[in-house]
Ligand binder design. Structure first.
Ligand code: OFO
Length: 169
């Protein structure tokens, strides 16, 4: 049986994963209509992955005797200045999620819920990877700067990256 406090925090984590999914979906749509098809494909995939992260939490909470709740969240931003702004926002968002997961892990230790602590290790590792990925993309975009040819190639590389990465998670 889940401790009440842990159940609440896990439901909060559901909200964050849902927010990530909706945020990336909105970015994907912006990129698609801006002619950035590779970036768009990458972000649609990210949005799907975040939904899977959310569903893992649903099943975990319910399997442990709690009640996973569908969150209500506000609409994400619709417009973005450019690809760099998109990935900067991705990184900032992931840093917030990482902090929340770390706080949750800390609370698990405090209430001696080692099962949830163990379950959350997958999320801890995933956050490291997502932050690293966003930072790498920002670094590449910094190198490209305002070079339109460079941007074209970046977007094309993202398309290849998505098709190679498809179905890994
Ligand atoms: Fe769910 O990994 Fe990011 O937010």
């Amino acid at each position: 049986m889940l401790d009440n406090k842990i159940e609440k925090l896990l439901n909060h984590q559901i909200e964050l994963e849902f927010e990530s999914s909706q945020y990336y979906l909105s970015m994907a749509s912006w990129a698609e209509k801006s002619g950035l098809n590779g970036i768009s494909a990458f972000l649609y995939t990210q949005a799907d992955e975040e939904r899977v992260h959310m569903l893992k939490l649903f099943h975990y909470i319910n399997d442990r005797g709690g009640h996973a709740l569908v969150p209500t969240i506000g609409a994400p931003p619709k417009e973005y200045k450019d690809a760099r702004e998109v990935f900067t926002k991705v990184l900032q968002h992931e840093q917030i999620v990482t902090k929340e997961i770390n706080d949750l892990v800390d609370t698990c230790l405090k209430v001696k819920d080692y099962t949830t602590h163990n379950f959350l290790q997958w999320y801890v590792a995933e956050q490291i990877e997502e932050e690293r990925q966003a930072q790498t993309l920002i670094d590449k975009l910094d190198l490209i700067g305002t070079d339109k040819g460079g941007m074209y190639l970046f977007d094309r590389d993202m398309e290849t990256f998505v098709s190679k990465d498809a179905g890994k998670k």
